[in-house]
Write a protein that binds this ligand. Structure first.
Ligand SMILES: O=C(O)c1cc(C(=O)O)oc(=O)c1
Length: 301
């Protein structure tokens, strides 16, 4: 089957630079995706966008180029609850990738066990309206109950403005809960103002909640984009990510978000994205926790 990309879709960077920042040994890219290829793993009929292809081999080439040891591959919404592309990538990784799936309540225990065998360790609940029609909460709660028995966690993706609506549900989940992209703060606001204070309080009140300090290229308003040798990109996102890393050093994860779905303004050079890390995790100890200790504890222990 052939697919036509959503108009305005930007392909991933074809030739990322080598990062200047030396990743600690054993570093994990804890948020990335695979797309298709569509002729082997077709995109889901209910998808809200059609991406360019981004295969497991291409992801692993980027991993090696940037100096990561491992990946956590998160099911992308363009594949709906058909996890075959992601699971195939896990199987091809030789144990160097773990996965986060999207499942419906109809998933069988046998299917969950098969995914566990392949390396899946979590499910993703998405509340971002431009990406999905989100499932009813009682359905999600029953999925969380079932995957908790496998020792999996729940990844949640939501916009900052919607935290108040969903907070009680998130706090009720029986697993570790990992927030994608810092809960998408409006970085035009103060990193120490009421909106982000609320997010920090949510993490402080719920010790099971972790946070991915990811996607500066997606959250930034000021830019400048990580392109053309710019090594201090996305300055407006730094105080938000750094606040989370310093407050909760044992509950943070970092990832590239390759192949960067739905960016229309620019495509970052992934090498320069890695150079963002020392700005948000300024010491070797914080970097080791963020890039090695935390993801290893959550995904490989
Ligand atoms: O903000 C986004 O557009 C986005 C989309 C997806 C997905 O479609 O799964 O995943 C992400 O991590 C971010």
């Amino acid at each position: 089957m052939t697919f036509e990309k959503t108009p305005g879709w930007l392909d991933w960077h074809p030739d990322p630079s080598k990062p200047a920042f030396q990743l600690p040994s054993g570093a994990v890219d804890a948020h990335c995706h695979v797309f298709g290829p569509g002729d082997i793993f077709p995109y889901a009929p209910e998808r809200k966008y059609t991406p360019c292809d981004a295969s497991a081999q291409q992801l692993f080439a980027l991993r090696d180029h940037l100096g990561f040891e491992r990946n956590v591959i998160v099911q992308a919404t363009c594949h709906g609850a058909d996890n075959r592309a992601m699971v195939d990538a896990l199987r091809r990784s030789g144990g160097r990738a773990r996965g986060v799936a999207t499942v419906r309540a109809s998933v069988t225990d046998a299917e969950l066990h098969e995914m566990h065998e392949a390396g899946v360790r979590g499910v993703r609940f998405n509340f971002v309206k431009r990406l999905v029609d989100s499932a009813p909460k009682d359905e999600l709660a029953s999925i969380a109950e079932r995957v908790a028995r496998l020792g999996w966690h729940v990844v949640i993706y939501f916009e900052a403005a919607d935290l108040a609506e969903h907070e009680a549900f998130f706090a009720s989940l029986p697993t570790t809960v990992v927030v994608d992209h810092m809960g998408r703060p409006d970085v035009g606001r103060d990193a120490f103002g009421p909106e982000f204070d609320r997010f920090i309080r949510f993490m402080a009140d719920n010790p099971r909640v972790w946070c991915k300090v990811t996607c500066p290229e997606r959250l930034s308003i000021s830019g400048p984009p990580a392109l053309d040798g710019e090594r201090n990109a996305y300055r407006d996102v730094v105080p938000f990510a750094r606040r989370v890393v310093e407050a909760f050093p044992d509950r943070v994860l970092w990832g590239t978000d390759w192949p960067h779905p739905n960016l229309t303004s620019h495509m970052p050079d992934d090498g320069l994205l890695v150079d963002f890390i020392p700005h948000i995790a300024p010491t070797a100890e914080l970097q080791r926790k963020l890039l090695v200790d935390n993801p290893m504890r959550l995904y490989w222990s």
